[in-house]
Write a protein that binds this ligand. Structure first.
Ligand SMILES: Nc1ncnc2c1ncn2[C@@H]1O[C@H](COP(=O)(O)OP(=O)(O)OP(=O)(O)O)[C@@H](O)[C@H]1O
Length: 312
């Protein structure tokens, strides 16, 4: 059982399906990197998870891992969800004429936080905005607005945070410090997060699991270890008889991982030794058309995944 389980989710706007047959599984403690091109449907999925958009079809189960066996689908009462799930999706909804602190107080009172002033100061300190608490929201920089948006999402001490492009508009230093803050929230307070981002090198430093969305459908979910294995060193091998070569290699070097590309090239990755592969290939007696070591970077890998679906 997982903290977030999404099954067969769909959303239609004026007859157009922007999310379709979408499945997602987020485990407790994950930092889930949610990757997809512009318009792929990330924000819409996140809005459906936190309940601000109603799905056309499908199911979102939150905290199902806490529900006693045989209980209702959603593990917690709906009025608790506002606190247990914090979200920063698109622009934070700020009241421009109120100070950073008063923006927080307005929400704290609305959701019934006990010791609201203390909690507001606490989250301002946590996101590093305490020095600007009296500044009006309209006068804050984009980075400061993002931080205030995060502070608003953190007010209810949520177990789950949904963050849509949180690094948008931040300079390198702001990006780095936000990433560190998110990792700290995850490690120290055990907050589970879904983070959509185009900034793959930041996700790479924090994500424990990934999901790739294309055209509103989940293309693939995988752990950070799987991504590392597939992005690490690999060998691309083509011979005149790929099926026989694959069977031969799998028998000779069973510890390695094999994948066949659309042009019948065999990709050898994981636990392998280049020389051992070369020798095994020589022993097949086949003509070797290609034997090339390569290294895929994260960006290239995700672009392949996002586009692979279109070729399928
Ligand atoms: N309220 C709405 N009414 C009509 N169409 C919408 C609405 N919200 C989103 N869409 C459409 O749904 C599709 C998915 O949008 P969404 O914002 O979820 O994508 P995204 O992956 O978050 O993209 P981005 O990274 O650009 O924000 C887009 O084609 C968008 O135009």
């Amino acid at each position: 059982m997982s903290v977030i389980e999404v099954r067969g989710l769909a959303k239609e706007y004026r007859g157009r399906r922007v999310v379709d047959r979408f499945d997602m599984t987020v485990a407790r403690g994950d930092i889930y990197g949610f990757v997809g091109k512009n318009g792929a449907g990330k924000s819409t999925v996140m809005k459906m998870i936190c309940g601000v958009v109603t799905p056309t079809a499908g199911e979102v189960r939150l905290f199902a891992d806490e529900a006693p066996v045989g209980e209702a689908a959603t593990g917690v009462a709906t009025n608790d969800l506002g606190r247990r799930v914090g979200a920063l999706i698109e622009e934070p909804a700020l009241l421009p004429n109120l100070s950073a602190y008063d923006n927080l107080m307005a929400k704290a009172l609305a959701i019934g936080i006990v010791d609201a002033p203390e909690r507001c100061h606490e989250v301002l300190r946590l996101v590093g905005l305490d020095y600007a608490e009296r500044k009006k929201a309209r006068g804050l920089s984009l980075g400061m607005k993002q931080r205030l948006g995060l502070a608003l999402a953190l007010l209810g001490s949520p177990d789950v945070l949904l963050l849509d492009e949180p690094f948008n508009g931040l300079d390198p230093e702001g990006t780095r410090s936000l990433r560190k803050l998110l990792v700290r929230l995850n490690e120290v307070f055990g907050v589970t997060m879904v983070v959509s981002s185009h900034v793959l090198d930041q996700l790479d430093r924090m994500a424990t699991r990934y999901g790739v969305i294309a055209d509103g459908t989940m293309v693939r979910e995988m752990t950070a270890e799987q991504v590392q294995a597939e992005c690490g060193e690999s060998l691309r091998v083509r011979t005149t008889d790929p099926a026989r070569t694959l069977a031969w290699l799998q028998e000779a070097l069973p510890a390695a991982t094999y994948r066949v590309e659309p042009d019948q090239a065999i990709i050898v990755s994981g636990d392998y030794d280049t020389e051992a592969v070369a020798q095994a290939l020589k022993a097949t007696g086949q003509v070797i058309l290609e034997f090339s070591p390569r290294r895929r970077d994260l960006e290239e890998y995700f672009v392949e995944l996002m586009e692979g679906r279109h070729r399928a």
